[in-house]
Write a protein that binds this ligand. Structure first.
Ligand code: FNR
Length: 365
């Protein structure tokens, strides 16, 4: 069969098409799949499509820019790279390619606890890249703290504790694909830490509730403990959707929140992050910065997230799509494309700076 080569990528969807063509079916299922029936994956995207923008004309736009101060970090634009496991599954240069793309585009890269490349290696790359580090609470508190200290010592400028995935979601599409990571792909930061161990359960027992696996699931007490151990470090929580959880996080001295449903990969039928964002923003009331992720594929999506209360956004799957399609240059191009689309959207809604983006850019506000 002589398939026509795909045209050069112009937007995030073009990179998704290229990645799908290049990756084997099981890797694609790992990357792309969501929980259960993937309703939340679709809902994340549909939410942006359901919000219409309001164009404003003839406003002065000279000196327009996308700069911001995010919790003390001076950034050129409001786009960050979401933490994602195992970039080596999609490109041999793995996280090093992502970090180079991040450095080339002035984009903070949140390195996953499940990175296949040590954070020290990434921090030593030219740029140097602006790195944050994502943590999962480990079975033993000391392991979580050691991981946190290791990342900060390597130069991570903020830590992100992901709290929405104490268990894996029911990812049927990935299960059906038969996906297993090849032996050379491992989470290098977790080497030597004690993994949660399941006790054998009696006949009729539950492999989740009766196995002791949840004994180590993190609680607000663990957040309070970690916060107290890291007084000088910026600590964010990722995976907040509920306004009460947002208030609790602020009460625990958290520096910033990431509104996220894990890209629809955990609990299916959660609401779209765009729909959860206003409630969280109202509860937070400007006390800490908010980032959000989930389904962002266009500059107009970013504009809508900022209009509803986020200071910036995380990009997940599209970064891996671009990496699969062309390594570091493609990942850098993807970020430039999204930033360029945001600038066009700002121009056409009459917004000179990010501070001008508010609910009045939305038609049905
Ligand atoms: C993720 N995500 C994730 N989150 C996290 O906190 N730690 C992790 O290791 C991972 N790993 C991971 C792997 C893959 C393949 C994907 C697609 C996602 C979730 C990620 O940070 C982010 O919340 C979502 O990907 C955002 O949604 P979009 O942009 O992918 O739609």
């Amino acid at each position: 069969m002589n398939a026509q080569p795909l045209p050069p990528p112009l937007c995030a969807q073009d990179y998704a098409d290229l990645a799908r063509e290049r990756l084997d079916a099981a890797t694609w299922a790992w990357l792309e799949s969501g929980g259960a029936d993937e309703i939340t994956v679709r809902t994340n995207r549909d939410a942006y499509a359901g919000v219409r923008l309001r164009s404003r004309v003839l406003r002065p736009l000279a000196g327009a820019h996308t700069r911001l101060d995010l919790d003390g970090h001076a950034l050129a634009h409001p786009i960050l790279i979401a933490p994602m496991a195992w970039h080596g599954l999609v490109h041999p240069d793995a996280e090093q390619a992502t970090a180079l793309a991040a450095a080339a585009t002035g984009t903070p890269f949140i390195v996953s606890a499940q990175s296949g490349t040590p954070v020290e290696t990434l921090a030593a790359l030219p740029g140097p890249p602006h790195l944050w580090f994502q943590l999962y609470a480990q079975t033993r508190r000391e392991d979580t703290l050691a991981l946190a200290r290791r990342a900060v010592d390597a130069g991570a400028r903020a830590l992100v504790l992901t709290v929405d995935a104490p268990v894996n979601g029911v990812r049927n599409a990935e299960q059906r694909s038969g996906f297993h990571p090849p032996s050379h792909i491992r989470s290098v930061h977790l080497d030597g830490l004690s993994p949660a161990k399941a006790r054998p359960t009696l006949p009729g027992g539950s492999p989740l509730f009766d196995s002791g696996l949840l004994d180590a699931a993190p609680t607000w007490d663990d957040v309070a403990w970690l916060r107290a151990q890291l007084p000088g470090t910026r600590l964010w929580l990722k995976g907040i959707l509920d306004p009460d959880d947002a208030r609790a996080a602020i009460g625990h001295g958290i520096d910033g929140l990431i509104v996220s449903n894990h890209g629809g990969r955990c609990l299916d039928t959660l609401p779209a992050t765009l729909d959860a964002l206003p409630g969280v923003a109202q509860a937070v009331d400007g006390r800490v910065p908010i980032l959000m992720d989930g389904g962002i594929r266009r500059g107009t999506d970013i504009l809508k997230a900022l209009a509803l209360g986020a200071q910036g956004v995380l990009i997940g799957r599209p970064v891996l799509h671009a990496l699969a399609a062309g390594g570091a240059p493609a990942a850098a191009h993807l970020i430039q494309v999204l930033r360029g689309e945001l600038e066009v959207a700002m121009t056409l809604t009459g917004c000179r700076t990010l501070a001008d983006i508010g609910p009045d850019v939305l038609w049905d506000r």
